[in-house]
Design a protein. Structure first.
Ligand code: 5GP
Ligand code: MN
Length: 320
């Protein structure tokens, strides 16, 4: 169904030539896939498009068009689009010299609707799934490359169709993307199966100090761990997904030490829990089942504060 907002967005897209699309720091497959899917669809109709991820997109080498992604914008675009970000700080500093985004496309429950137009649909499993609906309404079309990027976003955010928000509609969209030429086996394997040796070595450090208490399972990764194994990323290499596969884990957490006295936290929750609120309280955001935040402090301090708050959330949940 085309809404008034879709009609206005379509008009603005048609009227403008230079586009800047950005997404979040420490990009995941939905960030990169949504950025590329929309970017390639705009390029297809002759638009000039900058696609910018502050942290780059090397690990998404299997996505078509990934080489077009840069780490900083240049010049003055006519239209700025932010995908898969719930608040403006999530993009890092790439929009520091630019005004309010023209369009925000996102599926986070904690979205602050910080664009001139906001297409925010929290019930959707991925931003890529939202784009699947809206790309045709905005006067754009799919080709095999756009389809591959969008399928990569859906597979990434649903962890291979495993999250509780996966429904028949998500499966139908994915099937249509496959019909358009997206290769599910390749995307699945690149995103969820193959891991670099260094990432698995890095997991080892975290798995070594795994802890549990009444349905909470957590661990931490230090800067020293990263250095020891030579892991180049500043993330958890998706170890949190391993933690959340622990049968006893109602809520899994990971603490990843960052430079400059900061800790990145990821929460993963089983159905029946909502960790988006707690992430928001700590300055982050996300979904009921998966959320994150960057918190200032030492690893020990942040861990202590976050475990206290998460324990409280579990207790409140048990009472309701
Ligand atoms: P992850 O734990 O994998 O980084 O993220 C889980 C979910 O929470 C993702 O949808 C992600 O976009 C969101 N998220 C993670 N960290 C932050 C953050 O610092 N701020 C906000 N607003 N959302 C975050
Ligand atoms: Mn997403």
């Amino acid at each position: 169904m085309t809404t008034e907002i879709d009609r206005k967005i379509a008009e603005e897209i048609q009227a403008h030539q230079n586009f800047l699309i950005v997404s979040h720091v420490r990009p995941d497959a939905d960030a990169a896939g949504s950025l590329l899917g929309l970017g390639l669809a705009l390029k297809q109709v002759g638009k000039d498009v900058q696609m910018v991820l502050q942290d780059g997109a090397d690990k998404f080498h299997y996505m078509p068009g990934v080489d077009l992604i840069t780490q900083a914008p240049v010049g003055k675009p006519d239209m700025i689009i932010v995908v898969d970000c719930s608040d403006p700080t999530r993009v890092g500093n790439v929009l520091d010299n630019y005004g309010k985004p023209d369009l925000v496309v996102d599926h986070h429950k904690t979205n602050l609707e910080f664009g001139r137009f906001n297409v925010v649909e929290p019930e959707q499993a991925a931003t890529a799934a939202i784009l699947f609906d809206h790309i045709p309404l905005w006067g754009l079309a799919f080709d095999a490359d756009v389809a591959a990027c969008l399928l990569a976003g859906i597979v990434g955010d649903t962890i291979g169709f495993r999250t509780s928000n996966v429904n028949s509609e998500v499966m139908r969209k994915s099937a249509k993307l496959m019909d358009l030429g997206a290769d599910l086996t390749q995307v699945y394997s690149e995103e969820l199966v193959k891991k670099p040796f260094k990432a698995v070595h890095y997991w080892g450090a975290g798995l070594n100090r795994i802890e549990q208490e009444n349905g909470m399972v957590w661990t931490s990764l230090t800067l020293a761990d990263r250095e020891k194994v030579g892991y180049a990323g500043n993330d958890d290499a998706d170890l949190v997904n391993v933690l959340s596969s622990v049968r006893e884990a109602e809520i899994a957490l990971i603490f990843v030490e960052q430079p400059d006295n900061e800790v990145k936290i990821s929460w993963r929750a089983k159905s029946g829990f909502d960790v988006s609120g707690i992430a928001f309280e700590f300055g982050g955001g996300g979904h009921a089942a998966a959320a994150g935040a960057d918190v200032k402090g030492t690893l020990a301090e942040v861990k202590q504060r976050v475990l206290v708050a998460t324990r409280k959330l579990m207790q409140e949940n048990a009472q309701n």
